[in-house]
Design a protein around this ligand. Structure first.
Ligand code: ADP
Ligand code: MG
Length: 188
């Protein structure tokens, strides 16, 4: 969304807030851990957040709410889905705008990568995603949402367990895992 509220092109698809999140709905969620993330120290410290859980459990909601909170504090943040990130970087290889496109994903202080795991990623896609994770390592935060457990990331990333382990290693080294369990809020 090119949001007139913010002097930043966040690409948020919608605005979600922490206030609108009902912590009593999921079967299992660490509320105090999540609330602690909203002090945004993680962005100061270039830490990552991995939000893991089944569809409809509020992963995107929480990622967007975190992004919104950061925006309110003037922190430069960018939202993308994993697929959009891969598509934009792949296209940029063809039209020689790779460096500029990569900068769009590495320069914001926090990058939200939503929906890792729903769509299969090919070899090039897996490598491009890894480059973003690697370029941001210890330089800027990533908030990533996924419906898949870490043990399945090799399957998601073109059956490349080595690349998946290297990506997970970088994400979790300075990272917080937020696990949500329960039913989809969409079918509530
Ligand atoms: P996910 O990304 O995990 O698939 P979403 O964050 O897109 O799920 O949630 C689906 C919809 O349900 C969104 O409209 C979201 O705002 C809403 N939602 C999910 N969980 C909650 C919750 N615990 N409290 C309030 N709204 C929720
Ligand atoms: Mg989602």
């Amino acid at each position: 969304m090119k949001d007139l509220l913010f002097p930043i092109d966040t690409q948020f698809p919608v605005i979600k807030t922490l206030d609108a999140f009902d912590f009593s709905f999921p079967k299992s969620i660490n509320k105090s851990l999540i609330l602690s993330l909203f002090d945004l120290h993680l962005i100061e410290e270039k830490h990552n957040v991995i939000i893991m859980g089944p569809p409809g459990t509020g992963k995107t909601h929480l990622a967007l709410a975190l992004g919104y909170q950061a925006c309110l504090q003037g922190i430069k943040i960018r939202f993308t889905t994993a697929m959009n990130l891969i598509n934009l970087l792949s296209a940029s290889l063809a039209d020689h705008s790779f460096i500029t496109t990569m900068k769009n994903f590495t320069s914001p202080r926090a990058l939200i990568i939503d929906e890792l795991g729903y769509l299969p990623v090919d070899k090039q896609g897996a490598e491009l995603l890894f480059q973003v994770i690697s370029n941001r390592y210890e330089c800027g935060s990533i908030v990533i949402s996924t419906n898949r457990a870490f043990r399945d990331w090799g399957k998601i990333l073109n059956e490349d367990n080595t690349l998946a382990s290297a990506a997970i290693d970088r994400l979790v080294h300075h990272g917080t895992l937020v696990q949500i369990k329960g039913d989809s809020y969409r079918v509530k």
